[in-house]
Design a protein around this ligand. Structure first.
Ligand code: AMP
Length: 400
């Protein structure tokens, strides 16, 4: 398959990088790849294209080296990206702050602004920028587009976006609820409306993006009115390794009594909390096995996870007043039937009735798992952030 007209979607993490070359209209994937442990001598890269797999193990000191390796894989597979008529490179960019409400063509000013926003997302924006800068050097003639994880939530109503803290401190330091996973929430809510044969403007939805990171959103007529993540992706639901909501005083208390410094506490809340903190595992499959084997820590972790999910479901049911669809997506949401069953147990009085057989029957694509007499449609809709990024990048470049 030719790379002409395709979009290379890039997701740069601190020590890893994922990419996909795909056609934005058909969604056909030309290649997928990932590089792990960038910066270490044990870095490994894998590239799949046309039914074959290429691998590299060895020193990849930085993102530039990792992407050079990725481009070499393409060349090995007979696709010379530099000579092709690619449409764009789409960069998943985590924090767009108040500055970015839509996909944006990369230039020096945009890079400067993403850099300035790094204080809001120190774990994400600097590494996103490494990928952006490296691609500009490696493929200077291909338009680069940033697609922001926060953009969908840019116009959250002030009542949902505002923290009740000293307003001058909040204003000085740009503290508000930004929301994340926006590309997924937007894509999945659009796909759910398509499945139901209506436009997003006609329905109210609760979207539950339950992956290793997890967030929920309340969407009224296509526009989000609330979401669980806040200034950073730490707030809200219980996640694989993140705590979600806690009493903020825990941070001050630990700082005073534990000897942990602020970076230790940051690391604990982001990397050693959530399901992993409660039972030592963050992979939901392993947790399900442990629960079935009677492990009490896994049982508690599962119960806390479901309890938090139901708390937000209740909040969003009230906030929206009328809910037409509840949509499950991402690794856990798409695959863990027990989570869907337990999250929605005993909600008949709210018009929510699951069909057990539909819930446990796996079929690819979007599907309904509520019973025919359920007032609220409950759906499983696979997310596809790469395709959403490719489409948004393509639309921007074509419009220009
Ligand atoms: P994501 O971040 O969307 O890639 O989702 C990752 C999460 O999905 C991990 O916690 C996985 O354990 C979970 N997951 C993937 N497949 C399954 C499955 N078949 N059953 C339960 N959880 C799954």
């Amino acid at each position: 398959m030719s790379a002409d007209g395709a979009v290379l979607v890039l997701n740069s993490g601190s020590s890893s990088l994922k990419y996909q070359l795909l056609h934005p209209d058909s969604g056909d994937k030309i290649a997928v790849g990932m590089v792990d442990q960038i910066g270490s001598v044990g870095a490994s890269a894998e590239h799949q294209q046309a039914g074959r797999t290429w691998r590299h193990v060895g020193d990849l000191p930085d993102h530039h080296a990792a992407l050079t390796q990725a481009l070499a894989f393409f060349t090995d597979a007979g696709t010379h990206l530099a000579d092709s008529d690619m449409l764009a490179v789409g960069h998943r960019t985590v924090h767009g702050g108040q500055s970015f409400s839509a996909p944006t063509l990369v230039d020096d000013t945009v890079i400067g602004e993403i850099d300035r926003l790094a204080s809001l997302a120190p774990l994400h924006n600097p590494v996103n920028l490494m990928g952006i800068r490296a691609m500009r050097e490696l493929l200077p003639d291909v338009p680069a587009v940033c697609v922001f994880d926060t953009a969908f939530f840019h116009d959250l109503p002030a009542r949902a976006a505002t923290y009740a803290i000293d307003r001058s401190v909040a204003a000085t330091h740009h503290i508000r609820r930004y929301g994340f996973h926006g590309t997924s929430h937007e894509y999945v809510s659009g796909a759910a409306a398509d499945f139901l044969g209506v436009s997003t403007g006609q329905i109210n939805q609760i979207v539950l993006h339950l992956g290793n990171g997890a967030s929920a959103s309340a969407i009224r007529g296509g526009r989000p009115v609330d979401t669980t993540m806040g200034l950073t992706p730490l707030e809200g639901l219980v996640m694989g390794t993140r705590s979600g909501d806690i009493d903020p005083a825990i941070v001050m208390y630990l700082r005073r009594v534990s000897g942990m410094d602020i970076d230790d506490i940051d690391r604990m809340l982001n990397s050693a909390s959530g399901l992993k903190g409660l039972c030592g595992e963050n992979d939901f499959r392993a947790i399900t096995d442990l629960v079935e084997a009677g492990d009490p820590d896994a049982r508690l972790a599962y119960d806390v996870y479901i309890h938090r999910l139901r708390r937000y479901l209740g909040a969003y049911l009230i906030e929206l007043g009328r809910v037409d669809a509840i949509v499950f997506t991402a690794g856990v949401g798409e695959n863990a039937a027990a989570v869907r069953r337990d999250a929605l147990a005993d909600l008949q009085r709210f018009g929510i009735v699951l069909d057990d057989e539909r819930n446990t029957t796996r079929i690819p694509g979007a599907r309904r798992i509520s019973s025919d007499d359920s007032e609220v449609s409950v759906l499983v809709v696979p997310t596809n952030e790469e395709l959403a990024i490719a489409r948004q990048a393509a639309a921007l470049v074509r419009a220009g």
